[in-house]
Design a protein around this ligand. Structure first.
Ligand SMILES: Nc1ncnc2c1ncn2[C@@H]1O[C@H](COP(=O)(O)OP(=O)(O)OP(=O)(O)O)[C@@H](O)[C@H]1O
Ligand SMILES: [Mg+2]
Length: 278
């Protein structure tokens, strides 16, 4: 068995897989402190195996920005660090069953990785600092709320049209390649009187549309527009994945959210480390 661990800026994700890469267990916890979060996730994953886990788990493959803080051994298991760009790329490829794709890791920030030839070629294509951290940060300051689930509920109840300016409102109808209801200016109508739910909807909309536009133009530039794979925690939100998919579609690319998308980086790390051992 192998453990794949992704120590992200916000969340630490872990998976336990067998030698045929079948998923046996998974767990997520906030990355308040990288080493403590890693130990917490490992303990949860290892519950399935029992106290003699050291003979059964070969190693822990670790990726994510926090991986540099966890040392070379955790709970008696050796640690193998894996390049995050490679593990995002291969993890997304694996979960989506594609031969080539643009993997969009939408987490605290957003990274886009192009993968060709069944994973033989992996390239860091693009990225943006607009991501889940932007939702949390803006909401903390503007709404006084930083709990993602509460914000998502609010966004569902709100209407982003009350804070965003549409193309129709500015030019009176569609323009160029975009319809009248497309966003012309995210939060362009925000006022001190705007309802909290509408602001939440506007923030979710702005972040999701930014990721969607960038994913579409990047995919099109790389001839990968039929295979945009959304991974990371943000696409777990139905509101966010719906808007990203609508936006990529508006600009001529097709995005999908594979199952276990939040564990893509952990999967990729485990697969790469396994290949390197063989
Ligand atoms: N239940 C949830 N569903 C969807 N998104 C969530 C949920 N809880 C938190 N988030 C969002 O997910 C973001 C973190 O995503 P993720 O875990 O993929 O990033 P990370 O790996 O920690 O960061 P990075 O990859 O940028 O280092 C948070 O910033 C938050 O906005
Ligand atoms: Mg991440």
């Amino acid at each position: 068995m192998i453990i794949g661990l992704d120590v992200g800026a916000s969340l630490t994700k872990g998976i336990l897989i067998d030698d045929e890469l079948r998923l046996l267990n998974k767990n997520i916890t906030p990355t308040i402190e990288p080493k403590k979060a890693s130990v917490k996730v490992l303990k949860s994953l290892l519950k399935k195996i029992g106290s003699d886990y050291k003979g059964k788990v070969k190693f822990i493959a670790v990726s994510g920005g926090g991986s540099r803080f966890i040392g070379d051994r955790v709970m008696g298991l050796s640690v193998r660090r894996v390049n995050e760009i490679k593990s995002i790329g291969l993890g997304g490829l694996m979960l989506s069953d594609k031969e080539e794709c643009l993997v969009v890791s939408a987490g605290t920030g957003t990274a886009m990785v192009a993968v060709y030839e069944n994973g033989k070629i992996v390239r860091h294509a693009c990225g943006t600092g607009v991501g889940g951290g932007t939702i949390i940060g803006l909401s903390r300051r503007i709404l006084g709320i930083s709990d993602f689930k509460i914000l998502e509920e609010m966004a569902l109840k709100g209407n982003s049209n009350n804070v965003d300016l549409t193309v129709g409102e500015i030019v009176g109808g569609p323009i160029g390649i975009v319809p009248a209801n497309a966003t012309a200016s995210n939060l362009g109508k925000l006022t001190c009187e705007s309802r909290a739910e509408d602001i939440a909807a506007g923030i979710f909309n702005m972040v999701s549309q930014t990721i969607g536009v960038l994913a579409a133009v990047t995919a099109k530039a790389l001839n990968l527009e039929s295979s945009v794979i959304l991974v990371g925690m943000l696409p777990k939100s139905r509101v966010i994945s719906r808007i990203i998919c609508e936006t990529t579609s508006l600009f001529g690319a097709k995005a999908i959210v594979p199952g276990d998308c939040e564990f893509a980086n952990a999967f990729g790390a485990a697969v790469i480390a396994k290949q390197e051992v063989i």
